[in-house]
Write a new protein. Structure first.
Length: 319
């Protein structure tokens, strides 16, 4: 394989493979050519056909598909009982260790993200520092916020230093590092492991049910803490970068919450006052190829209902 400027990775299980396929389609249509590493639990998706095992000697059980010219998806089974969200930095570090000749710039995307900007934008962005996007539900999280103060105390106890003031929460669904910033991933991993031990977090859970405020989402909170103590450059975008708001620099669409776009009944949701979101529209606009995970008729059916319910949503919406 040739050495790309960047490598993309994601983690999935169950029917999140639909999101992986749409993510791959979106990066391909925006100019990405290279390797995508998809760590997974369970079984391979039905659309992973004509696989080869060329990487199986490096990663046990690895299989590769070539859905389009210049595009390779490597499916890597992961052996962990942790929730995959909490496994993100460890997975990224394992890619760096096992595929050092491939991994220069490394981007992680959750499998419910679609990219909307040309890939060249992401290549340039990561050159400015670790790429991060603000959360919507924690838009205001200034340095004097009590949760930030608690995180600072945790850093002091672990003999780390706060190197920057952050004013908004960081979303845990996306992160990009260039080849000089892999220490960021190690710190992120270390903080997750330390938090699990010191705060009695359950690594098998997506959300920590018994933590009232300090740690709700272990991976995301640890990412925020890492950004606070990392001694080199980061580059932040606001919540508009994930289509969390209607205007702005909409580089991606992130379908947070549930149901996911591939599961949603748009008619029933519209009746309840919830018209299609930007991320749901973006998903169904990226289902036709090069990976085809739905029939042509089903895609047109969904797109029809998106148009109808989006029109109704102009007059009746709870958003």
């Amino acid at each position: 394989m040739t050495q790309p400027d960047s490598v993309i990775c994601t983690l999935f299980e169950g029917n999140y493979h639909y999101g992986v396929a749409a993510l791959v389609n979106s990066v391909y249509h925006n100019g990405y050519r290279g390797d995508i590493f998809a760590g997974y639990k369970g079984t391979l998706p039905f659309w992973a056909i004509n696989t080869d095992s060329s990487l199986s000697e490096i990663w046990k059980g690895a299989t590769t598909i070539h859905p389009a010219n210049g595009l390779r998806i490597h499916f890597l089974p992961v052996e962990t009982d942790w929730h995959l969200n909490n496994y993100k930095p460890d997975f990224m570090l394992s890619l760096k260790a096992k595929f050092p000749e491939l991994v220069r710039n490394l981007f992680y995307f959750d499998p419910d993200i679609i990219i909307k900007y040309e890939w060249l934008f992401f290549e340039k962005w990561v050159g400015y520092g670790v790429t991060l996007v603000h959360e919507l539900v924690a838009v205001a999280l200034p340095p004097t916020h009590p949760v930030r103060r608690e995180w600072e105390e945790m850093l002091v106890r672990s003999k780390r230093t706060v190197h920057r003031d952050l004013y908004s929460g960081i979303n845990g669904g996306f992160c990009g590092v260039n080849k000089n910033d892999f220490d960021f991933l190690q710190t992120w991993s270390d903080i997750i492991h330390e938090s699990i031990k010191c705060y009695n977090l359950n690594p098998r859970e997506f959300k920590q049910p018994h933590q009232k405020y300090i740690f709700q989402f272990a991976d995301q909170d640890a990412l925020n803490i890492t950004a606070m103590c990392y001694n080199y450059a980061i580059s932040e975008m606001g919540p508009d970068a994930m289509d969390f708001v209607q205007t702005g620099w909409r580089a991606m669409s992130h379908a947070t919450g549930s149901p996911k776009p591939w599961n949603k009944n748009f008619f029933l949701s519209c009746i309840r006052g919830f018209p299609p979101r930007l991320a749901e529209k973006a998903y169904w606009a990226n289902t036709s190829g090069p990976i085809k995970m739905h029939s042509y008729a089903y895609i047109k059916f969904k797109q029809f209902w998106i148009l109808c319910t989006a029109f109704i949503g102009r007059f009746y919406s709870r958003y």
